[in-house]
Design a protein around this ligand. Structure first.
Ligand SMILES: N[C@@H](CCC(=O)N[C@@H](CS)C(=O)NCC(=O)O)C(=O)O
Length: 217
């Protein structure tokens, strides 16, 4: 099998999802870091959307983090990270979709909103999302501690990078994980202990500096 190449950028939460997945699967891979503010020609040639992450294995090129992660999981079936049962797999995809279509949008909407009145409304949406994650997602899918139980899955990989950046969101927009989101808080603390997180993480100061352009004029 050809070598696995991960085309990535350290700041990018979507790329972190895939980087973590490759580590969790115990796969060997090469990382190619891209400066997104000065994209090289080779990157424009390989990335159809001009975005990270992209995974390349020989002639096979796959993009979009959610698609890449399922591709990796299926191509390398050891240590599966999606359920074998079709109904549970559908549930996993629903929450991955929830992350991509609700949580990520509400997160960035709050971060990029400058007007205090609108920020208050968006802060309420982010808090409501966390309660949805806690009570409609995690609590209904398993007893934890991860989304689907004792082992991490692609749902954990999908949400984690945005919670790694939650300290940055709190810094700019004064929002906290609600006290009643006990399972979410425990999950986040356990995720921080994983090797896949330790190998890919950055601290609040890094994200506060990196996201200034989204949050401030
Ligand atoms: N839906 C994509 C989003 C990827 C994405 O937005 N990547 C950003 C960095 S976080 C990027 O490469 N942006 C470069 C650009 O838009 O020019 C995924 O899940 O992979």
């Amino acid at each position: 099998m050809s070598k696995i190449e991960l085309i990535t950028a350290a700041v990018c939460p979507f790329a972190q999802r895939t980087h973590m997945t490759l580590i969790e699967k115990g796969l060997e891979f090469e990382r190619r870091e891209v400066d997104l503010s000065n994209k090289p020609d080779w990157f424009e040639e390989v990335s159809p959307y001009s975005k990270v992450p992209v995974v390349k294995i020989g002639d096979q090129v796959v993009w979009e983090s959610a698609v890449i992660n399922e591709f990796i999981d299926e191509q390398f079936p050891d240590r599966p990270m999606m359920p074998g049962d079709p109904y549970l797999r559908a549930q996993a995809r629903i929450w991955i979709d929830y992350c991509n279509t609700r949580w990520v949008d509400d997160f960035y909407d709050l971060l990029s909103e400058r007007e205090p009145g609108k920020q208050a409304v968006l802060r309420g949406k982010v808090i409501a999302d966390m309660r949805t994650i806690e009570f409609d997602g995690m609590a209904k899918l398993s007893d934890g501690p991860f989304w689907l139980g004792a082992e991490v899955s692609l749902i954990d990989m999908t949400f984690y990078p945005f919670f790694e950046r939650f300290g940055m969101l709190s810094h700019y927009r004064d929002v906290a994980i609600p006290d009643d989101c006990v399972r979410l808080t425990r999950w986040l603390n356990l995720m921080r202990e994983r090797e896949s997180v330790k190998a890919t993480m950055h601290d609040d100061a890094y994200y506060i500096a990196s996201y200034t352009k989204y949050a401030e004029d």
